[in-house]
Design a protein around this ligand. Structure first.
Ligand SMILES: C[S@@+](CC[C@H](N)C(=O)[O-])C[C@H]1O[C@@H](n2cnc3c(N)ncnc32)[C@H](O)[C@@H]1O
Length: 379
């Protein structure tokens, strides 16, 4: 085993609005969370309406928001519900992501100048900010957050604890390698929750929607038919065997990700003697859901393979491209690295064209609501 290899340079969604334009499924996943978010709003004790300080803002945050486009409609609904509940209270909305994120697109989207629709603009007393602080740190001041949301982000771990010999993803790791990823994933999850516990006001809520391995062993791109991560691995290995990439480049390509089971998501919250219980966090709701791949659904309806194959590859590229690009020797010419990556995704498209029925990227998520209790739930 080697030292933790920092992941921050490897994690980046494609910029310039590419991410939310190519990830219709991620928006479906978030829209599915709307009932949980609206219930969380209902459960918030906003004392200001009932005689507390009406000038104190209600704080919302979207952690790991990418360009903000996929959550915009759902956040718009949450803001409307808060307004209905506490009309006189200002609302502060913070979008967070890594410093490498394309925040200019967040600002375009939130000002109604992007492609995500106009759900937040022109509202009096709504204040939108962004933070490039990792969710592995405290992003917001202590006891300031009323409602935190995050979707499809917290599977990115702080780094890869070791190379995975025969695969590109922890879902294909075994033995000591799997144990190392599991330890890293669990440690990182506890860190995320510890910082959110500090940020939440007593009575605040988190609604977290994350990739998982569900009760039937399904996970992203592995719900029957070709396994997406096995396909990535097979095609990347083929480039190695053809001599297009070196053995070292193959070995250096590992997703800094870990998909937890439901039991693993629950574990630190269920521990009666653990630091999260002591900080007042408790699990209110947990369930898993599969959201079908929208591109596959369209293909099944219209049979248009020329639309399906590039659309599915486009959605894969939106989140995986930096991982493959960063696996390549950075001292080799940029033109060579780009052409390897083009060839790789073209080969994935060929796989889809050869057996379209086998390919899809169904989303498998755990949906959780976590509450912070403690004295003075009204403020
Ligand atoms: C797949 S995108 C999800 C975007 C959006 N929440 C959605 O569901 O469509 C994952 C996002 O998490 C961000 N991310 C990964 N690690 C992060 C970290 N440590 N802190 C903040 N954001 C992070 C990535 O930069 C990326 O924008």
């Amino acid at each position: 085993m080697t030292e933790l290899r920092d992941a921050s340079a490897t994690i980046a969604m494609k910029s310039g609005g590419y991410y939310s334009a190519r990830t219709k499924g991620a928006k479906d996943v978030i829209d599915n969370a709307a009932p949980l978010v609206l219930s969380a709003v209902e459960a918030l004790d906003l004392g200001g309406n009932l005689g507390g300080d009406p000038s104190r803002p209600i704080c919302l945050a979207d952690f790991g928001a990418a360009d903000g486009g996929t959550s915009m409609e759902m956040i718009g609904r949450a803001v409307a519900a808060l307004r209905a509940k506490a009309p006189e209270r200002p609302v502060v909305l913070t979008y967070t992501d890594l410093p490498s994120n394309d925040f200019s697109q967040v600002f375009r989207n939130t000002q109604g100048n992007g492609s995500a629709g106009d759900h937040l603009t022109g509202q009096d007393q709504l204040f939108v900010f962004a933070s490039g602080t990792s969710f592995y740190r405290q992003v917001l001041p202590r006891a300031s957050l009323n409602l935190g949301f995050s979707a499809t982000a917290m599977h990115w771990i702080t780094g890869t604890p070791c190379p995975i010999r025969d695969h590109v993803h922890a879902v294909g790791a075994q033995g000591r390698e799997l144990a190392a990823f599991t330890e890293q994933g669990m440690q990182d999850w506890a860190t995320i929750l510890r910082h959110r516990a500090a940020e939440l006001v007593p009575g605040g809520r988190l609604v977290l929607v994350n990739f998982c391995i569900d009760e039937e062993g399904r996970y992203l791109g592995n719900t029957g038919g070709a396994n997406m991560f096995d396909t990535f691995n097979f095609l990347w290995q083929r480039l190695r065997d053809d001599g297009a990439i070196t053995a070292r480049e193959y070995q250096n390509t590992n997703f800094p990700q870990f998909y937890k089971t439901v039991e693993q998501f629950r574990a630190p919250l269920d521990d009666p003697h653990g630091p999260l219980r002591a900080a007042g966090l408790s699990l209110e709701h947990i369930e898993t859901r599969v959201v079908p791949c929208p591109y596959k659904a369209e293909y099944l309806a219209n049979g248009d393979l020329d639309a399906f194959a590039p659309a599915l590859v486009g959605t894969l590229r939106s989140w995986s491209e930096t991982v493959f690009m960063n696996g390549l020797d950075p001292t080799s010419p940029a033109a060579r690295r780009h052409s390897v990556v083009e060839r790789f995704y073209k080969s994935y498209e060929d796989e889809i064209r050869a057996a379209p029925e086998d390919h899809a990227m169904d989303y498998v998520h755990v949906y959780m609501t976590i509450a912070k209790d403690g004295p003075g739930a009204r403020f």
